[in-house]
Ligand binder design. Sequence first.
Ligand code: SF4
Ligand code: SF4
Ligand code: FES
Length: 217
Amino acid sequence: MSEYVTITIDDREVKARTGQKLLWAALENDIYIPHLCAIKAEKRPNASCRLCFVEIEGLSDPVTSCSRTVKEGMVVTTRSPRVDRLVKTAFELLLSDHDLKCSECPAHRNCALQTIAKKRGLKLRQKRFKPVIREFELDDSPQEFAFNRNRCVLCGQCIWADREEAKIGAIGFTGRGITRVVTTFQDVPLAESICTQCTLCVDACPVGALYYKDSAK
Ligand code: SF4
Ligand code: SF4
Ligand code: FES
């Protein structure tokens, strides 16, 4: 099997590694596709944020590029009215329960939501969906970092880092739908849990939910 395949993205012919996910092939060739939950998707795609839609020639509906493997001759379009509508809807849904106080946030100017908004010309506010106000208490029990769950976008990257990199299993998702949240076992503060405060989860967080106390992320 050849090590590379040739695909076309937005009329540009690019090389991608055989078996690579399409999102990463695009990003490595400086072609932007919005993404949030797939920061480490090459290792473990979870396709939950629904931001990375593209059109692929021959398929009737847009697909998530983080979960689609490249194939020789694949022809991909990253922007179309349908893709733009889907991305805008997914983005606005994310914002509907997000505590949007950017100027007070440690991730301000270094935030995946801000990047997506900027790159796709989207506004960092929405009126289409009923806002959900989340009022979780700040967990600032760890020595170096804090966890503000009102800013969490449920991307799962911290859980991945905790389980796969740190090999601890201190945090996980509980609840469904609007009650879904990242917690420790029995929802105790991080410092009272089995968390070793290694900070790998903080480094994995693409927004200002997990952040270092002494600096912007
Ligand atoms: S996480 Fe990003 S979008 Fe949310 S408040 Fe912080 S800077 Fe703003
Ligand atoms: S805390 Fe950060 S990394 Fe973890 S799920 Fe929320 S947004 Fe993602
Ligand atoms: S990056 Fe593909 S669904 Fe989140």
